[in-house]
Design a protein around this ligand. Structure first.
Ligand code: F6R
Length: 636
């Protein structure tokens, strides 16, 4: 949700800011803007140049002639996902103080902005936008008026002590050349230094790693409420004490920057037209690397904390969206392989429903999140901890809030995911949960050594099977063209295939805007089957051999009512031998590779992702930036 960027250095800032924003556009694409300090010509304070446009970032790139129009080497930028106020130029960031001397970019929500706005308006401050962010610019200006000449860290500390909510802010003052300030609370923010020959030559801030990668891999993850000052010389960190109103320099406590282990190309399109397609190709590697890291890294809690694992009585998994669907697959695997009770919850529900956890000390809270910044999942984590549950974060983004706060972390190895719809990161999440199941099965003596070894072998072979699915792309593209003109369709499946149906349906909806519903295959006839008419597509997932005959009956039921039945199945052999009348009830069969039933959904997911991608392309949509969406939902 919203991307922020800031740069101070010796090069022209705006092309760098625009490049950074293009790498953050997946966080929001309603409107965009830049504020840049004009280069010093006189002893007068530097005025700020602000340019804002509505719509995709390209409009800002065009308006500024790729940034060439804005001179100056210090500035901030923003790409917006609207929360308060419609997408418009007025509501686009940066927001500036009345005299234009302070500019602010923001990601998050200022919860008490109404009160603050009322108070400032009663003092005569004019507001230009409907956003919550504008109050920050005016509060800073007020603090400057009340303490002329005060250090900016103290100004920021005193003004922002009044904010409630979540924020990552980039702040630019006209009278402080080549200097940026930033601060975060419950919203992601990373800062980095570009060094040459041992000297810092520029410093940058961004809400996500991909924006920093072209410039540096040396980064810091600032903690909540620390004030960050970025200059040409380096980065300093300060804490503000609202009681004594004093500022302390805490730069030393941050030590050396962290070196990112990511290649610059990880966030580039390369030969691909869309990130979504590129990331589907990367799914097998994401699974392979995740499994390898689980097996090889002894510091992983999943592998090291024998006493915790062996004493667990139950598991509560909590997540949002696709990560929630990954948990549903994980639940089925954990219950099948370990016979341990697992509940899966939607984070935004869990956090407000006063959950009853009978034995919290022996219930592992598993929070699953690609970004590690999803507001509801973080709140759910905090609730689990307050209830006394041990917690495990399964997270893709290094240094994210969830990773920092969970008792134990297991990093999925999907690398940066840029397309808004998750593909490879979902696969890596499912793989991580399989690993958890295998490890727990061993720790609780539920899996015999031989069985464990066989399962591990099958899991390790899974990436290669996922690769094979990628080879079925021409068939899936043809199928996608057929589905592109439909108005609504169904995904059905039983057991794990129901969890998979939910993910397949979500993926298709978000990138194609076709209405889809996921149903437990046996449940359709309890009402919803009334929606099936001649030609209604029903995508059936049939990867569970023990449920195949039941699913076939459900396919027959919809077929008899005119449905166009598409079946994703690994029952290929049975079909060839004529044991199953699959072709009698399916109009189109997509063959999946055979693997252990627990692992089949992961292979099938790749096929469903490819299908969704091609339906989106067939409808001439942009699968990377679906309407109304943004990656990393940092507001609740
Ligand atoms: C769907 C999608 C979302 C995310 C959800 C959770 O394609 O990407 O449903 O899965 O917003 O995000 P994370 O995993 O970052 O917590």
């Amino acid at each position: 949700m919203c991307g922020i960027i800031g740069y101070t250095g010796f090069e022209q800032a705006s092309p760098i800011l625009l490049e950074g924003l293009s790498r953050l556009e997946y966080r929001g694409y309603d409107s965009a803007g830049l504020a840049v300090q004009l280069p010093a010509r006189t002893a007068e304070p530097h005025p700020l140049q602000v340019v804002k446009t509505c719509g995709r970032l390209q409009a800002l790139i065009d308006k500024t002639h790729r940034g060439a129009d804005l001179l100056g080497s210090c500035g901030i930028g923003h790409t917006r996902w609207a929360t308060h106020g419609i997408p418009s130029v007025e509501n686009a960031h940066p927001h500036v103080s009345e005299d234009g001397s302070i500019a602010v970019v923001h990601n998050g929500i200022i919860e008490n902005h109404f009160e603050l706005r009322r108070e400032l308006m009663s003092e005569g401050v004019p507001f230009k936008s409907q956003t919550d962010t504008e109050v920050v610019a005016h509060l800073l200006a007020k603090a400057c008026r009340e303490a002329p000449g005060a250090d900016k860290t103290a100004i920021i500390g005193s003004a922002l002590a009044r904010l409630r909510g979540s924020y990552a802010l980039g702040i630019l003052f006209a009278d402080e050349p080549n200097t940026l300030y930033a601060i975060r609370r419950d919203s992601p923010l990373i800062v980095g230094c570009v060094r040459r020959e041992g000297q810092t030559i520029s410093t940058i801030l961004a809400s996500d790693i991909p924006a920093l990668l072209p410039l540096t891999k040396q980064v810091y993850y600032p903690e909540d409420d620390h004030i960050i000052k970025l200059t040409l010389q380096g980065i300093s960190f300060y804490s503000y004490n609202p009681i004594t109103r004093t500022v302390a320099d805490i730069t030393e406590s941050y030590g050396a920057p962290v070196t990112l282990e990511l290649s610059e190309t990880a966030a580039r399109l390369g030969k691909y037209r869309h990130f979504m397609r590129k990331e589907i190709d990367e799914a097998p590697k994401a699974v392979k690397d995740t499994v390898q890291s689980g097996l090889n890294d002894p510091s992983n809690m999943i592998f090291s904390d024998e006493s915790l694992l062996s004493s667990l009585q139950s598991i509560r998994m909590i997540a949002c969206g696709s990560a929630y669907h990954a948990c549903l697959v994980g639940k089925a695997a954990l219950e099948t392989l370990c016979r341990i009770p697992v509940e899966v919850e939607i984070a935004s529900e869990f956090r407000y429903r006063e959950p009853v956890i009978p034995d919290p000390r022996h219930t592992l809270g598993v929070l699953v999140s690609q970004s590690g910044e999803t507001a509801d999942t973080i709140a759910a984590l905090r609730l689990c901890k307050s209830l006394g549950m041990p917690t495990l974060g399964i997270v893709n983004m290094q240094g994210s809030t969830l990773a920092g706060e969970a008792d134990h972390v297991f990093y999925t190895q999907a690398g940066p995911e840029i397309a808004v719809a998750t593909t490879k990161a979902y696969c890596a999440q499912v793989a991580a949960l399989y690993l958890l199941a295998l490890r727990l099965g061993q720790a609780q003596n539920r899996l015999a050594e031989k069985e464990q070894a066989e399962l591990l072998e099958q899991l390790s072979a899974l990436p290669e099977k996922m690769e094979r699915i990628l080879e079925t792309e021409p068939d899936l593209r043809r199928l996608a063209r057929k589905l592109a003109s439909t108005h609504h369709l169904f995904f059905i499946g039983r057991g794990m295939d129901h969890a998979l149906a939910m993910e397949g349906s979500l993926k298709l909806k978000e990138v194609s805007y076709i209405h889809a519903e996921a149903y437990a295959a046996g449940e359709l006839k309890h009402g919803t089957i009334s929606l099936i008419e001649e030609g209604t597509p029903v995508i059936t997932l049939a990867t569970q051999p023990q449920l195949l005959h039941k699913t076939l009956s459900n396919m027959a039921e919809v077929k008899a009512r005119g449905a166009y039945v598409i079946c994703f199945s690994n029952a290929e052999n049975a079909l060839r031998e004529g044991v199953l009348p699959l072709s009698d009830v399916a109009d189109h069969v997509v063959s999946l590779p055979i693997t252990h039933p627990c692992f089949s959904p992961l292979a099938a997911a790749v096929a469903l992702q490819l299908l969704a991608y091609h339906v989106s392309v067939a409808r001439s949509l942009d699968p990377d930036k679906p309407r109304n969406l943004a990656k990393s939902v940092t507001v609740e």
